[in-house]
Design a protein around this ligand. Structure first.
Ligand code: DAH
Length: 340
């Protein structure tokens, strides 16, 4: 009988060697020491044996049981170690590999230009105002001294949505909106925003572009305030050596009106291809707020004066960065954008 147990031991060893998982180990264990194991046969024999043999068999059975226990737990350790090893290998990380490069986003050149102008103006005490892109004829034209049939309306071919509404053709309607809200109090605002015109898109025209409007209203505001403000703004943008020049012009909402040129920052005014040999760049329109405009939005022109200006953001950005085609701004080509 002890011999039979000895044989069983080598069978157990063999089967444990082939077991690959905890589940299989438990199955082997059950087969050899469980209810249906060959041990039952030995136990059956025990009943017939004499006291001496029974004692010996009992000892042998116990010894066999603990043998199986030990072998199973030894094999369990092996299997667990192998599993850990396998996981370590499959999840191995090469910490010396270079990291994945990801490109950080950045501000669009137009946003950058707006933010710069805003910063400079906030430094001079301006507040930022906003107005709707869908405007009424009333705000976009009438309150700016452009009554129906006024020839200057033709300067701005417009996108009408219905007889009353249109996409604003400039940021100037914000002037009237701010004045009405301020109810006669002093005003010092700028308003950046998108504007729309029925233009055919080419290197210098776009049906949608951006402007910044400026409006200052107070007592005793003069042309000198306008000139000083614009000179400071332009010098901050383009450099301290810059000269500024006012040319008489016409806008229905200002009187007198001017167009403002700055000396070419590339050649310093001598004439170069960028300024087409003139030494100057036209950068904005401006003027003293027309008495009609003040009156229509609740300000008495006898006691209040103001100046206003409007500049094209794309134009400023094109000059600053030397960009020769406005369409680059809208194409979102990363090769263009990542230069800023
Ligand atoms: N609104 C004008 C345009 O779009 C620009 C402009 C000119 C705005 C003179 C002003 C101004 O405030 O005073 O062409």
């Amino acid at each position: 009988m002890t011999e039979r147990l000895l044989n069983l031991k080598s069978e157990v060893r063999e089967e444990l060697k082939n077991a690959k998982s905890v589940h299989e180990l438990n199955a082997v264990k059950a087969r050899y020491v469980g209810k249906k194991s060959p041990l039952q046969e030995v136990l059956g024999k025990m009943r017939e044996a004499d006291a001496e043999t029974r004692k010996a068999l009992g000892k042998a059975i116990n010894e066999f049981k603990s043998f199986v226990e030990e072998e199973v737990s030894a094999r369990l350790q092996e299997i667990t170690a192998a599993e850990i090893q396998k996981r370590l290998e499959s999840e191995r990380l090469d910490v010396t590999l270079p990291g994945k490069r990801f490109s950080a986003g950045r501000l669009h050149p137009l946003s950058k230009t707006i933010e710069e102008i805003e910063d400079i103006c906030i430094g001079m005490g301006y507040e930022i105002a906003e107005g709707p892109e869908i405007e009424t004829d009333h705000y976009n034209f009438e309150l700016l001294n452009l009554p129906k049939g006024h020839p200057a309306r033709e300067m701005q071919d417009s996108f009408y949505l219905d007889v009353v509404h249109l996409l604003r053709t400039h940021t100037s309607p914000v002037q009237a909106r701010v004045m009405q809200k301020a109810g006669g109090k002093p005003i010092k605002i700028i308003c950046p925003g998108k504007v729309y015109r029925r233009d055919n898109d080419d290197a210098t025209h776009s049906h949608q572009f951006m402007q910044i409007e400026g409006l200052v209203i107070d007592k005793d505001i003069t042309m000198a305030d306008l000139k000083g403000t614009l000179a400071l703004l332009m010098r901050r943008m383009f450099g301290d050596e810059l000269e500024i020049r006012f040319r008489p012009s016409f806008f229905p909402f200002t009187e007198p009106s001017v167009e403002v040129d700055v000396t070419c920052f590339k050649c310093g005014g001598e004439g170069c291809p960028l300024c087409k040999g003139t030494g100057w760049h036209e950068v904005l329109g401006a003027g003293m707020v027309h008495p009609n405009v003040l009156r229509m939005s609740g300000y008495d022109p006898e006691t209040n004066q103001g100046f206003a200006f409007g500049l094209g953001i794309e134009r400023i950005a094109m000059l600053r960065y030397g960009i020769d085609d406005i369409r680059y701004f809208y194409q979102n080509d990363p090769r263009f954008l990542k230069q800023f």
